[in-house]
Design a binder for this molecule. Structure first.
Ligand code: ATP
Ligand code: MG
Length: 601
């Protein structure tokens, strides 16, 4: 491709809309244009990058025996009503774009395809002989994200590869899941990314597990906790760890102590001269289920620890059935306005005890008149602890479970693991922290969707049972930008060779020099003929402008027929290292072939 014929508009200044380096660079280098919030046009250079990623994804997926297909983006509401996700996706989370057709039927634009694929499996899979089966597709997904940002990182329209596998049993699912782990690792390695697979939250579905593939980068929205020995890595949403040991309590006998003005753990510990590890703190939440029922939740947790909102939400979803529901619509800390709607008297906030009386809750329709009490594991073994007394300005000290306060029944893990905590598998290992961009998520779904939609098969014993499912997502457009986020310098993008839009660029410094033009044209033709995707910068621009643009675009290898042309040589420069060598004209193709082979092996 000749730059003189290309739509190439580069910007010297950072666009105001972009916050992180990869977003700025892709805009500045003319790879994409923003059309609306979270909606981007992929211009020709970016499209080539996306196609290269797609090719690698296809090769690795096909090698596992998965088959490519293309599912509709326009999806009928009925399917989503069958799975029970229509209301959550269009109303509660509101992530799905919903619309009506001219007949007044409801449709959604596909944010994901579990429903569609399960309906196909329901119609077409009858027997164990058809299993296992794995279908995948690559296409544009639509999600009305609350906060679209960082360009392709969180778009409202983006390209995803999603795959769905069907199995007769868990063992078969596990095998495919492992193959996907391998395939994804190959994909990200081949794309030149520095990544890590981490244990991930599977939501309340549970399943037997899920893993996310994280590209390591400071701009990542996710926090990863991992150990140096490589044995443990998890998204903080999911991470577990051994909390620091609690210090022995200085209070040996029970007492109700005046503790004026100590409505925070910090003030309390300063006042009592004790460690937060000796305190049982009690936090109030308000959850609304899909049935419209509101439940007030009291969580008891050690004073030095924090609640992990994802773990708490999962616990509450698991308890939904007890309140006749399926899912959590909202989980909040009730503010004064919310409290006014249900509290029968002012709450002793800052001084709550685990046994705060249910009489604090008024009898109101759609409100459960008892607290749901959850105890985090961190407080179960505490002795002689400090906790609220349900009276403002007083705390209990030297309290014990079963004596001054009875222990609520539900013991759960809702604590947030932290960097520095000890690891379960080896307490000599401490958790370290890193930031990551989630580029892939593999998931053992189990029978959630097959049961909901009635997708069954007949096993060898002649019984009709639900299909066991897995699903595997990979953000193709997010991956492209992540590669930039991991690889750039002050001059611009440094594409990993395997996914660069072009591998080489021949720059003609001086268009008035016929020798330069001749050498450049010759190289341009020879390189392309040898299968090396090459650009020719034949624009009538100053050399400085051309070199700057080549750096900004991030093309891995640059060839310049310059001063040494008289000696039959040209400059071959590497974008990543800025190393330049003079190579005889007739060796340029071979040299580049070698460089590319080394970079993509
Ligand atoms: P996130 O937690 O980042 O919102 P998700 O868990 O909703 O992602 P999945 O449903 O697992 O994402 O989708 C599979 C993959 O699609 C993700 O791993 C990610 O790479 C990509 N992806 C998801 N949402 C977006 C988005 N809004 N823009 C670009 N890529 C996305
Ligand atoms: Mg995910």
């Amino acid at each position: 491709m000749r730059l003189s014929q290309m739509l190439l508009v580069t910007l010297r200044e950072d666009p105001a809309e972009a916050e992180i380096p990869s977003h700025k660079l892709l805009l500045r280098a003319g790879y994409m244009r923003r059309i609306a919030s979270g909606v981007y046009a992929y211009l020709p250079l970016l499209w080539r990058v996306l196609q290269k990623i797609a090719r690698i994804v296809r090769e690795e997926m096909d090698a596992t025996g998965a088959q490519e297909c293309l599912l509709p983006q326009l999806q009928p509401a009925e399917l989503w009503q069958e799975s029970g996700r229509w209301d959550t996706y269009t109303k509660a989370e509101g992530i799905m774009f919903a619309l009506h057709d001219r007949q007044g039927r409801d449709l959604g634009l596909g944010p994901t395809h579990e429903e569609v694929i399960t309906a196909i499996a329901r119609d077409m899979i009858r027997s164990y002989r058809q299993l296992p089966l794995h279908l995948y597709q690559m296409q544009t997904k639509f999600r009305d994200e609350i906060r679209p940002r960082f360009g392709l990182m969180r778009g409202r329209e983006f390209i995803m590869k999603d795959g769905y596998s069907f199995h007769g049993d868990e063992a078969s699912l596990k095998q495919t899941y492992l193959e996907m782990h391998r395939a994804y690792s190959n994909i990200f390695r081949r794309c030149g990314l520095d990544f890590r697979a981490v244990e991930a939250d599977s939501g309340a579905i549970g399943g037997s597990g899920s893993q996310e593939f994280m590209v390591l980068a400071d701009a990542g929205e996710d926090e990863i906790l991992y150990t140096e020995d490589g044995q443990y890595a998890a998204n903080v949403e999911k991470a577990v760890s051994v909390p620091p040991d609690a210090l022995p309590s200085p209070f040996t006998t029970y007492e109700l102590r005046p503790t004026p003005g100590t409505d925070t753990i910090e003030k309390l510990c300063q006042f009592l001269q004790c460690s937060p590890t000796q305190v049982v703190k009690n936090l109030l939440y308000q959850v609304v289920y899909d049935t419209g029922m509101t439940v007030l939740v009291l969580v008891s947790l050690r004073g030095d620890q924090e609640v992990n909102g994802v773990k708490l939400q999962n616990q509450l979803t698991r308890l939904a059935a007890a309140y006749g529901g399926n899912t959590v619509l909202s989980l909040t800390v009730p503010d004064a306005e919310a409290q006014a709607k249900w509290a029968s008297q002012p709450l002793p906030l800052g001084y709550l005890a685990p046994d705060l009386a249910d009489t604090y809750i008024q009898s109101v329709p759609h409100l459960v008149p008892q607290f749901l009490r959850l105890v985090d594991r961190t407080v179960v073994d505490l002795q002689n602890f400090v906790t609220g007394s349900n009276q403002p300005d007083y705390h209990m000290v030297g309290a014990n479970w079963g004596q001054q306060v009875s222990m609520p029944q539900r013991v759960v893990d809702v604590r947030k693991a932290r960097p520095g905590d000890r690891a379960f598998h080896d307490p000599s290992q401490c958790l370290q922290t890193a930031r990551g961009i989630e580029v892939g998520h593999i998931f053992q779904l189990g029978t959630k969707y097959s049961q909901a939609l009635g997708a069954t098969y007949t096993n060898e014993q002649g019984e009709e049972i639900p299909l066991v499912m897995g699903c595997y997502g990979l953000g193709v457009s997010r991956l492209a930008q992540s590669a930039v986020e991991q690889s750039y310098d002050k001059d611009g993008i440094i594409w990993p060779v395997a996914i660069a839009p072009y591998q080489a660029i021949v720059t003609i410094p001086n268009l008035k020099d016929p020798d330069q033009i001749q050498a450049a044209e010759q190289l341009y033709t020879a390189l392309n003929q040898a299968g090396i995707e090459t650009l020719l910068d034949d624009r009538d621009e100053r050399p400085g402008v051309k070199f700057k643009d080549a750096d900004l675009l991030g093309i891995p290898f640059r060839i310049v027929p310059g001063r040494s042309l008289k000696q039959g040589k040209v400059e071959v420069g590497q974008r990543a290292t800025h190393r330049v060598e003079e190579i005889p004209l007739d060796q340029v193709v071979m040299t580049l072939q070698q460089l590319i082979a080394v970079a993509t092996e």
